[in-house]
Design a protein around this ligand. Structure first.
Ligand code: PMP
Length: 378
C-alpha cells in the first residue's frame, strides 16, 4: 500500500499507541475523583497538559481538550458569538477555510450574525486591504486558516493579527491550525484562539484542542459537571490526552528537516506530472509542500481515485470532508470551474519515501493514460 492522504488522517504511531495503552491500563481513576486513583490520574493529566503548554508557550488554563478540530472550530466560533453578541454580530472568515467553518457560519447566520468573506489574491494570500475595509466596530471575530487543507496555502498569522488589532483591538482572531501543526512552525501568540486535531499528526482520532488566550471569554458548548475544565464538562479522556501530548511532542521535532525532505518529494512529483496533457498543478508560492493539489481536467477525480485505489494507492479528491464536487479553495484562488471540479490531493508526510513516489508515478502514468484513452473513445 502507498498512502498519500496524510492530510485526511495519519496512522497512530507506535510510541503514541504505547502511551495510550499504558494510560488505559495503569490509570483507570477519573481525573475528577478526589481519592488516590483519581489523584494519580490527575497527576498524569497535568503533566501531559503541561508538556503541550510548554511546547506552545501557553498557560494550562488556555488549553481546552476537544474531540478534534471540528469541535474546536464550533467552540471558538459559537462560543465567541454567544459571549460577545452584545458588542456586535459581525464575523469575517476567509475563502480558504475548512468546510466545518462554513457550516458553523451558515448556522450563525440563522441566529442573526452577519458573515463577510475576505478576498484573497491569485496566490491565495489574504487581501489585506479588503480585510482592513471589512473590519467594523461591531466585528467580534476574524477566522483565517493557518494552512489551507486543499491547496496548502499558508497565511502570515502575525501580520494578519497586527492588521486586525490595528483596525479594531477588540476583534478576536481565530485560526484553524489543523493542517499547520507538525508541518510548519506555529506561534500561538499570533492568535487569540486556535483549533487542531490529533489524528493529523500520528495521534489518535477523537482528541484535539482549542487554544484560548486568557484574554478571551467563551460560552461553553457543553455544560455539565467536572472540575478540570468548566469550558467542556465531563470526564476527560486521559489516554487520549496523554496520546495527544506524545503525538505533539514528536510532531514538533525537526520541522525543518522534515520539510526539506517533503519539498524534494513534492518537486519530484510536480516535475513529473507537469509533463502530462490535461494535468494542471494547483500550487502557489504560499503552498506548503506537504499538500499537493492537482487538477485532471479530462478525468473525473473519483474515477481516478478509485483506479489508483485498485493498485492500493490512496489519494483524495479535494478534502476528505468537502461536500459536493467543487474545491472551494481552488475556485477561490484560480476562479476556474473546470479546474476546481477536477482536483485530486496528494498529501505527503516525512515518512513518505522516494520509493513510494517512484511507484506512485509509474502507476499514475499507466492509470492516467488508460483513463485518458477511454475519455477520448467516448
Ligand atoms: N480543519 C482543517 C483545516 C482540517 O483539515 C480538518 C480535517 N480535514 C478539520 C478542520 C476537521 O478535523 P476533524 O475531522 O478532526 O474534526
Amino acid at each position: 500500500m502507498i498512502y498519500l492522504d496524510y492530510s485526511a488522517t495519519t496512522p497512530v504511531s507506535r510510541e503514541v499507541l504505547e502511551s495510550y495503552e499504558k494510560a488505559t491500563r495503569d490509570y483507570m481513576g477519573n481525573v475528577n475523583s478526589i481519592h488516590a486513583l483519581g489523584v494519580k490520574s490527575k497527576v498524569l493529566y497535568n503533566s501531559a497538559t503541561k508538556q503541550i503548554c510548554d511546547l506552545f508557550d501557553i498557560k494550562e488554563d488556555e488549553l481546552i481538550y476537544t474531540s478534534g478540530a471540528t469541535e474546536s472550530n464550533n467552540m471558538a466560533l459559537k462560543g465567541v458569538a454567544l459571549a460577545y453578541q452584545g458588542r456586535g454580530k459581525h464575523i469575517i472568515v476567509s475563502k480558504l477555510e475548512h468546510p466545518s467553518i462554513y457550516k458553523i457560519c451558515d448556522f450563525l447566520e440563522t441566529q442573526g450574525f452577519k458573515i463577510d468573506y475576505v478576498e484573497n489574491d491569485s496566490e491565495g494570500l489574504i487581501d489585506f486591504d479588503d480585510l482592513k475595509k471589512k473590519i467594523r466596530k461591531d466585528t467580534i471575530l476574524v477566522s483565517v486558516c493557518a494552512v489551507n487543507s486543499e491547496v496548502g496555502v499558508r497565511q502570515p498569522l502575525k501580520t494578519i493579527r497586527m492588521l486586525i488589532k490595528k483596525e479594531n483591538p477588540e476583534t478576536i482572531f481565530h485560526s484553524d491550525i489543523t493542517q499547520a501543526v507538525g508541518k510548519v512552525a506555529i506561534n500561538l501568540h499570533d492568535v487569540d484562539l486556535a483549533s487542531m486535531s490529533g489524528h493529523k499528526i500520528f495521534g489518535p482520532k477523537g482528541i484535539g484542542f482549542l487554544y484560548k488566550s486568557s484574554k478571551v471569554r467563551l460560552i461553553p458548548l457543553i455544560h455539565g459537571s467536572g472540575k478540570v475544565n468548566d469550558l467542556r464538562a465531563g470526564t476527560p479522556p486521559l489516554p487520549l490526552v496523554v496520546s495527544l501530548s506524545k503525538a505533539i511532542r514528536i510532531a514538533l521535532k525537526d520541522l525543518e528537516k522534515k520539510e526539506e525532505k517533503i519539498t524534494k518529494l513534492n518537486e519530484r512529483i510536480c516535475d513529473n506530472l507537469a509533463k502530462y496533457d490535461g494535468v494542471v498543478i494547483n500550487k502557489t508560492k504560499y503552498s506548503i509542500p506537504h499538500i499537493l493539489n492537482v487538477s485532471l481536467v479530462n478525468i473525473k477525480p473519483e474515477t481516478f481515485i478509485h483506479a489508483m485505489e485498485d493498485e492500493e494507492i490512496y489519494l483524495s479528491t479535494n478534502t476528505a470532508c468537502a461536500s459536493g464536487d467543487l474545491s472551494s479553495s481552488v475556485m477561490a484562488i484560480y476562479n476556474d470551474k473546470a479546474r476546481a471540479t477536477s482536483t485530486i490531493r496528494i498529501s505527503l508526510s516525512y515518512v513518505t519515501t522516494n520509493e513510494e513516489i517512484s511507484k506512485f508515478l509509474n502507476i499514475f502514468k499507466s492509470k492516467y493514460q488508460e483513463l485518458n484513452t477511454l475519455v477520448k473513445l467516448k
